[in-house]
Write a protein that binds this ligand. Structure first.
Ligand code: HEC
Ligand code: HEC
Ligand code: HEC
Ligand code: HEC
Ligand code: HEC
Length: 265
């Protein structure tokens, strides 16, 4: 599994700072799961012998190891089911199935509800999309892991748009193919730049003090950014196009102000 990195973004370091700021600002409301030591899944799947014996299995574990899910304390059983307290393979795997088994929680048709346990609002939007409809009809449509990979995924725009969307949206197929991919590319580019501005200005004002209403303004812009990501899962590109243009314009003006102030200091 190829690992992805911020390095593919033209805003590399800015985006990294932004991601950091976003993480720090994020209020986690999820329950805290049992500690890693209690998980038979992790104890067994982390064994380095799999590197030689079952490379694919090893790769999936590595994927999770560096994921935002692991960072947030979300372990295997929360997406795959099974008995995390068991040390015996067979007992642990009760209720765990391969991805092509319709009983698997990560089978393509079951993924939205599995992920939706925690990403409810976003999945609610996804269920209104043409993608969801096609997916439930077993058509070649993307599910969560198509764009986010298994457990890890942060879809940065070059990867997603130039690879994921264009993998299916080519020419005039499935519907306005290429045009859809081009609009999506622009939207994601704006969101990526917005994320950079959010991060930079947050770090700047965190260091130099917040003037006037700037803090409230940035908090509300950050909420709008995540709102566009969530509502974007209905793949109503017109709405996302408009919202991303407005968001970027507002962030740019805050960024310019801070940049000028920095230059004059
Ligand atoms: C004692 C070791 C052990 C434990 C405990 C264990 N696994 Fe596994 N798991 C394996 C091995 C070995 C495989 C590969 C099996 C194969 O290729 O036939 C595997 C395969 C899997 C697969 C792929 C399923 C498939 O059919 O290809 C998933 C998903 C999985 N494990 C999840 C879990 C989860 C979730 C837990 C905890 C609830 C867990 N495992 C606990 C050893 C373990
Ligand atoms: C956030 C949800 C999530 C978490 C947490 C998670 N997985 Fe997965 N996992 C998935 C999804 C979704 C897929 C199917 C991805 C795909 O299509 O490649 C998957 C696929 C797999 C597979 C391949 C299954 C197959 O049938 O080929 C294995 C093995 C696996 N995961 C093991 C683990 C282990 C071990 C852990 C914990 C260390 C874990 N996963 C944690 C969501 C998760
Ligand atoms: C048990 C709760 C839970 C489940 C189930 C779950 N997630 Fe998550 N997810 C989280 C938490 C907590 C985070 C880290 C905080 C955040 O970014 O929202 C996260 C982060 C993410 C991120 C990264 C967001 C970012 O900030 O870059 C993506 C993408 C994601 N999840 C997709 C999925 C997908 C796809 C599935 C289903 C295969 C899934 N999640 C299942 C709780 C969960
Ligand atoms: C066709 C591609 C695609 C599909 C399908 C998809 N996503 Fe996304 N997702 C994206 C893109 C693009 C982003 C924005 C990423 C960015 O800006 O880094 C995103 C962002 C996210 C985020 C981060 C939101 C935030 O506020 O930070 C989460 C969580 C997420 N998706 C979960 C899911 C889940 C769960 C599913 C399945 C119901 C899903 N996605 C299906 C493309 C997709
Ligand atoms: C695995 C294939 C696949 C991938 C990957 C994919 N799509 Fe789609 N997309 C489809 C299918 C199938 C439809 C349904 C077409 C229909 O309703 O006739 C669709 C429909 C759409 C629609 C609705 C078009 C309309 O006019 O109704 C939009 C918008 C869209 N996709 C955007 C995206 C974006 C943006 C990405 C990348 C982030 C993406 N798609 C990735 C297969 C895919």
């Amino acid at each position: 599994m190829a690992s992805r990195s911020f390095a593919t973004s033209p805003l590399g370091s800015i985006a990294t700072a932004a991601a950091l700021a976003t993480c720090l600002a994020m209020v986690l409301t999820w329950g805290v799961p049992a500690s890693a030591a209690d998980s038979g899944c992790e104890t067994c799947h982390s064994q380095t012998k799999f590197f030689a014996q079952n490379k694919r299995l090893y790769d999936y574990y590595q994927d999770w190891l560096t994921s935002p899910h692991r960072e947030a304390g979300i372990s295997c059983e929360q997406c795959h089911g099974g008995n995390a307290a068991a040390v015996d393979e067979q007992k642990a795997h009760e209720g765990v199935f391969g991805i092509s088994n319709p009983n698997s929680r990560v089978f393509h048709r079951n993924q939205p509800s599995t992920c939706g346990k925690c990403h409810a609002r976003l999945v609610e939007h996804f269920t209104h999309s043409a993608h969801h409809k096609a997916l439930m009809g077993d058509a070649a449509a993307p599910n969560c892991s198509t764009c986010h990979r298994a457990m890890n995924r942060k879809p940065y725009f070059f990867d997603i748009v130039d690879n994921a969307c264009r993998a299916c949206h080519v020419g005039t197929s499935p519907k306005n193919g290429q045009a859809v991919a081009d609009i999506a590319h622009d939207i994601l580019h704006r969101l990526n730049v917005s994320k950079g501005y959010l991060g930079w200005t947050t770090v700047y004002y965190e260091t130099n003090g917040w003037p006037g209403q700037t803090k409230q303004q940035l908090t509300s812009l950050r909420e709008r950014y995540h709102d566009i990501l969530a509502t974007g899962h209905s793949f109503d590109l017109q709405q996302a196009d408009r919202a991303s243009i407005e968001l970027l314009a507002e962030l740019k003006s805050i960024f310019r102000k801070a940049w000028k102030e920095k230059a004059s200091n």
